[in-house]
Design a protein. Structure first.
Length: 402
């Protein structure tokens, strides 16, 4: 049992000592049975919210009536407790979204749930817990959660009855808060993106991606092929999202309209601010690897955004491009970029620091030092200084012109 589940079991025992039936429920139990580390662990109890407030004074109730939970702060994050006050554990499990989440674990180690739930975990099958229409009426977001679990639970597949149930119910996700939709989209794309896209298509939910994919709204084949070719690098979610937002747009460089479209969607989904802006900028500049840029334009973008950004641009270009002529331009620009990247790597040995510039030219800290520093860095990328002394001599010439 991982630390998150273990800490939740400590809360469970506190509730039991107070005389309340309590169990670990949902995804944490599923993950324990799968031998996976769980990111959260929820508790269900017969204690009322007033009972919980008395036991855990630091906690608070959040959520709308009927869906409220009690949050208890603690080491490693908050723990979520739901109450089936006035009901039963069996009724609580019957309302869970999917069979693999309709299981509970007592502190004694006893597993509570139906044979179907246990069997579906063993068979790695995702299906609704009961009638799909009932579960989707309770919360339409469960349609997206189905695709998300398919992408994040390795080896699991969506049962035909589940995907057809979503198509038949045609749940309106407009009822769901945009940030809840955004969370499912973010987690789904962070898993296996091809599985996520195919699952959305099987459930009739591919339109959820089309808000990212531009006015052309092409078919499924191109984004799937591009996702398979994509190098995720150190920022896979960033690159996958930018790719889906790029593969049905033209090769315009730059593309401010694409940037604005993507930024609007991701902000509506309440994605982290840095991820929103970085993804939108990648979409804006996605055509750079195939563009006829001067070496100075490439160097300027390198100084502004760094090597990691250029690596992401090239990854997008390689994944999306199918035109041999475009591929040749990308290869040529990659060779030019490699030279710039090497020079940026040895910059500390060849370009003086701000303190060294102030000492050499008797300058005070201020804009002149920053301008001089930028010009020397740019010149080093373009021509390559051999030593700091060579750079300082060039700096003296620059000062005459500044």
């Amino acid at each position: 049992m991982n630390r998150i589940a273990a800490r939740s079991m400590e809360l469970l025992r506190i509730l039991e000592r107070a005389g309340f039936e309590s169990v670990l429920v949902g995804g944490a139990v599923r993950d324990l049975l799968l031998g996976r580390a769980s990111e959260d662990a929820d508790i269900a109890t017969e204690a009322s919210f007033s009972d919980l407030a008395a036991l855990f004074p630091c906690g608070k109730i959040v959520g709308p009536p009927g869906k409220a939970v009690f949050l208890v702060p603690g080491e490693g994050g908050r723990r979520e407790i739901s109450s089936f006050d006035g009901g039963s554990l069996e009724a609580d499990l019957a309302r869970r979204d999917f069979t693999v989440n309709a299981l509970a674990l007592r502190s004694t180690g006893e597993l509570v749930g139906t044979r179907r739930s246990r069997r579906d975990i063993g068979l790695r099958i995702l299906r609704f817990n009961g009638r799909s229409a009932d579960r989707l009426v309770e919360d339409p977001l469960r349609a997206l959660r189905l695709a998300r679990f398919a992408s994040t639970l390795p080896g699991f597949s969506v049962h035909r009855s589940a995907s057809s149930g979503v198509r038949s119910a045609a749940p309106s996700l407009e009822r769901c808060a945009p940030e809840r939709v955004g969370r499912e989209m973010r987690l789904g794309l962070a898993g296996d993106p091809c599985v996520f896209v195919r699952s959305l298509a099987a459930c009739g939910l591919l339109h959820m991606l089309r808000s990212l994919r531009g006015a052309n709204r092409g078919g499924l084949l191109r984004p799937l092929l591009s996702l398979r070719r994509l190098d995720g690098g150190d920022a896979p979610l960033l690159r996958r999202t930018a790719l889906l937002a790029s593969c049905d747009r033209d090769g315009a460089y730059p593309d401010p309209d694409g940037e604005a479209d993507v930024l609007r969607v991701l902000n509506e989904w309440r994605w982290p601010g840095a991820l929103c802006s970085e993804t939108a900028l990648l979409v804006r500049l996605r055509g750079a690897p195939a563009a006829r840029l001067t070496l100075q334009e490439m160097a300027s973008l390198l100084l502004e955004r760094g090597c990691a950004f250029w690596d992401s641009l090239f990854a997008l270009g390689d994944a999306v491009s199918s035109d041999p002529a475009v591929g040749r331009r990308i290869t040529a620009n990659r060779e030019r970029f490699a030279m710039l990247a090497v020079r940026l790597e040895n910059e500390k040995e060849c370009v003086p620091s701000g303190d060294e510039l102030m000492e050499r030219f008797s300058l005070s800290s201020g804009p002149e030092v920053g301008i001089l520093m930028y010009e020397l860095r740019m010149e080093h990328l373009l021509r390559g200084f051999s030593t700091k002394e060579e750079a300082l001599e060039h700096g003296a010439e620059l000062r005459k012109r500044l």
